[in-house]
Write a protein that binds this ligand. Structure first.
Ligand SMILES: O=C(O)c1cc(=O)[nH]c(=O)n1[C@@H]1O[C@H](COP(=O)(O)O)[C@@H](O)[C@H]1O
Length: 270
């Protein structure tokens, strides 16, 4: 099954638009993981098991693993999620972008080495830099459009031919790059009016929406501005607010409760 088919099936059958972000920071792990040489795998595995019921996708962020030298744990976690929670796609958040010949290696990294179902990609080197990702029709390509961070507008809002640059990205992805129907866009939860504008440009192209939880984005504003006509179209992503909901021995139950609460909040406004 392709990434897009799996995502749509998950939205419909599990009734959830929550993407669970996996951003391991050992300093925030519960005390019981102290001294555990395989803590990065074990903690994330427990979070995956606890939150799967509420997840339309999992999204490991590669720098959080690579900085710890925990690439092996990342590969095992993707395999674990696929084996134990089939049907829930895994998005590798690596925000790659480079000349085509190098991009090909990023494709191999994301889809073959790690086995991810989708990857985040930076569009600013242009189409040829994203093409190797687009060519993998069964995998998802989640292109940065209007990011959640405070400085998003520094470059993404620059006026180009009468419109902000991020709107050109949205249009190009929806009309030119999405020939296989495998594209999605990143639009931050912290920007409700931009969510609405991008939705108006791209029709039903799915959005990955980070920025609720720790970054303070408003769930009602996200859903009301960015859902598609059938009340789906969103992967509302939260990492820290789910992962570190408790630092006690109840960490897994607390993460499940946080994911459930986000799912229910989203569903109230669909
Ligand atoms: O591509 C992303 O996932 C992403 C794009 C963006 O615009 N903003 C953003 O926060 N992210 C990622 O989403 C996660 C947000 O984490 P929390 O703020 O803890 O929910 C981090 O892994 C970020 O790298």
């Amino acid at each position: 099954m392709s990434f897009m088919q799996a995502l749509r099936q998950r939205w419909q059958q599990a009734g959830t638009l929550v993407c669970v972000g996996l951003d391991p920071e050992p300093a925030k792990f519960p005390a019981r993981f102290a001294g555990d040489a395989d803590a990065v795998f074990a903690f994330n595995r427990d979070i995956i098991d606890a939150t799967a019921e509420y997840a339309c996708a999992f999204k490991p962020q590669i720098a959080h693993f690579a900085a710890l030298g925990a690439e092996d744990a990342l590969a095992r976690l993707v395999a674990y999620a696929h084996a134990n929670h089939p049907g829930i796609p895994v998005i590798l958040d690596s925000k790659r972008g480079d000349i085509g010949s190098t991009a090909q290696h990023y494709v191999t990294e994301a889809f073959d080495r790690y086995g991810a179902d989708a990857v985040t990609a930076n569009p600013y080197l242009g189409r040829d830099s994203v093409q190797p990702f687009l060519d993998r029709a069964d995998r998802g390509v989640v292109v940065l459009c209007r990011t959640s961070n405070p400085g998003a507008g520094d470059l993404q809002d620059l006026d180009v031919a009468g419109r902000p640059l991020y709107q050109h990205v949205a249009e190009k992805v929806a009309r030119e790059w999405n020939g296989h129907g495998n594209c999605a866009l990143v639009v931050g939860a912290t920007w409700p009016s931009q969510l609405r504008e991008v939705r108006a440009i791209v029709g039903d192209v799915p959005f990955l929406v980070p920025g609720v939880g720790a970054q303070g984005g408003d769930v009602e504003a996200v859903v009301s501005n960015a859902k598609t006509a059938d009340g789906t179209g969103l992967m509302v992503s939260s990492s820290r607010a789910i992962l570190y909901a408790s630092s006690g021995d109840d960490y897994a139950a607390a993460s499940a409760a946080a994911a459930k609460s986000l799912r229910d909040q989203i569903n109230r406004y669909r």
